[in-house]
Write a protein of this length. Structure first.
Length: 324
């Protein structure tokens, strides 16, 4: 397997709007105080934080970084640093698009082997063919609308891809918005009184057509050729984050929001023949209320090595049709 280098992340924080950048800095300060380490490069919504979305160009999957507003334009991605090689025989191409979750920055998880690289090896074993990885995910706060706007720039890569991974679940999530559920941020946190089941349903309904557009356009690049197309949903990185200081009721509100979000995302994927890897319940248990714990790295946003291993197993469990 051959993987391209991952992009640099200096554009990540600079790409965030002021309100989100402030919450990102606060999140990093909390982590520094707790762990005695340097600034965590990752934007996280509210006191809790939002995942650092990826808007950089490398090759395959979609990663997530601090969530910029949907109207913000994403900066150009830089090359990645994760490299691997296998046999010389030409074989399959795996392309990943999305935010910073599939990006696997060493700043987020030092020394980790990301799930994109691991999954490529699994595809090699299942098919007996060499896999070349092009990780085009970005560590810039990439949102769903931004990815859709930029999708044509990946025309050549997606048209040639035999395997496509999509990871764009984090930054457009409602609690990452500048005004979650229509209420302004207060003290670096959402107004929890506005977060309820009605908001969860409305947000999911708003984004459903966008996910339908994304998945249908990705499929159109391949023009019906046999292709593994997979996406991942969003795990809960609020529950278990001690520095967030959430009440039990507020934890449950995050679950209410994510239940609707992830059900919508996977339903839109399946309606377009894209298999959805249920990372949410793999990280947070059958009812979504279990803390992700050591499945997350030190920033409590990006997956740890154990988290990357878990995502890989969820993807592997879906099989390798139509290429196996």
């Amino acid at each position: 397997m051959t993987t391209t280098a991952e992009a640099t992340e200096e554009g990540c924080r600079s790409a965030l709007p002021p309100a989100r950048a402030n919450r990102t800095r606060r999140r990093a300060e909390l982590y520094e105080d707790r762990m005695g380490r340097g600034v965590v490069r990752r934007a996280r919504r509210a006191k809790l934080g939002a995942a650092v979305s990826v808007s950089t160009t490398a090759l395959l999957l979609l990663t997530a970084c601090g969530a910029p507003s949907p109207s913000a334009s994403s900066p150009s991605p830089a090359p990645s640093t994760d490299t691997t090689t296998t046999s010389a025989e030409p074989g399959l191409i795996l392309v990943t698009i999305g935010d910073s979750i599939p990006y696997n920055s060493p700043e987020d998880c030092s020394g980790c082997t990301g799930f994109v690289a691991q999954y490529a090896e699994s595809v090699e074993k299942a098919t007996g063919k060499q896999v070349t990885v092009q990780n085009l995910s970005q560590h810039t706060g990439l949102t769903l609308p931004q990815l859709i706007d930029n999708l044509d720039s990946y025309d050549d890569q997606l048209s040639a891809a035999d395997v496509i991974l999509i990871g764009i679940a984090h930054n457009s999530f409602e609690l990452n918005a500048d005004t979650p559920c229509g209420a302004p941020i207060s003290n670096d946190a959402p107004d929890w009184s506005a977060v309820d089941a009605e908001c969860a349903a409305e947000s999911a309904a708003h984004y459903r057509p966008m996910y339908e557009t994304l998945y249908s356009r990705v499929q159109a690049f391949r023009e019906g050729k046999p292709t593994i197309v997979r996406t991942i949903n969003r795990y809960n990185d609020w529950i278990g984050f001690a520095d967030a200081s959430l009440t039990p009721d507020q934890y449950l509100k995050t679950t209410t929001m994510l239940d609707d979000w992830n059900a919508m995302l996977c339903s839109a994927a399946e309606a377009n023949d894209v298999m959805c890897a249920d990372v949410y319940h793999a990280f947070n248990g059958p009812d979504g209320t279990t803390p992700a714990g050591d499945l997350l790295a030190g920033d409590y946003t990006h997956p740890s090595q154990r988290g990357n291993d878990t995502i890989t197993r969820v993807l592997e469990a879906q099989g390798y049709a139509p290429l196996d």
